[in-house]
Design a protein around this ligand. Structure first.
Ligand SMILES: [Zn+2]
Ligand SMILES: [Zn+2]
Length: 173
């Protein structure tokens, strides 16, 4: 990484200094934001905005990351019972989910799968429905009456859709 280099002027001519500075700007300094890749303008040296700098340091600088984590933990501990704070957190979380729907689904997938698996095991042991976990399973089945009907409807729909797709392909050929 390039720090602020001290340019020693003693004995150097101004145009040489200017050349050196230009060279640093052209060849050594990045032309795009290190975090988001947007083109840099004017006095921007490495990042296009403060937030990009913060995020970049968060991902690349362990000490900085630990400090931020500690501060936000302290902030959370201090405010967690304030109704206004809770509301704002909820709003922000909702907004974040809306903007990062796919990433959120990815994060949820594995815990969801594990939860379903665990619940299925518990239900099976207790003789409960393995789909809704709420009521005892129908005799001789692993699911309750209601879930059985639901599964049949789904099965029929799937078959119908599959048939439709096959027919469409045939027509296309
Ligand atoms: Zn940026
Ligand atoms: Zn059920």
């Amino acid at each position: 990484m390039i720090g602020r280099k001290k340019i020693i002027t003693g004995g150097l001519k101004m145009d040489k200094i200017r050349d050196a500075v230009n060279r640093i700007v052209e060849e050594v300094l990045p032309h795009t934001c290190l975090y988001c890749g947007k083109e840099l303008k004017g006095m921007q040296i490495k990042f296009c905005k403060k937030n990009c700098a913060n995020l970049w340091h968060y991902h690349n600088n362990e000490k900085y990351r630990e400090r931020v984590k500690k501060q936000s933990r302290e902030h959370y501990e201090k405010n967690k019972n304030e109704p206004e704070y809770k509301l704002r957190q909820k709003e922000e979380f909702r907004k974040w989910i809306a903007e990062n729907r796919e990433h959120f689904n990815d994060l949820e997938r594995e815990p969801n799968r594990l939860y379903q698996k665990k619940m299925r095991e518990i239900s099976e042991k207790k003789g409960y429905c393995k789909d809704c976990f709420k009521v005892p399973a129908k005799k001789g089945f692993k699911t309750c009456e209601e879930c059985l009907v639901k599964a049949r409807i789904w099965g029929k729909r799937r078959t119908r859709e599959h048939r439709k797709k096959v027919m469409e392909n045939v027509h296309e050929m």
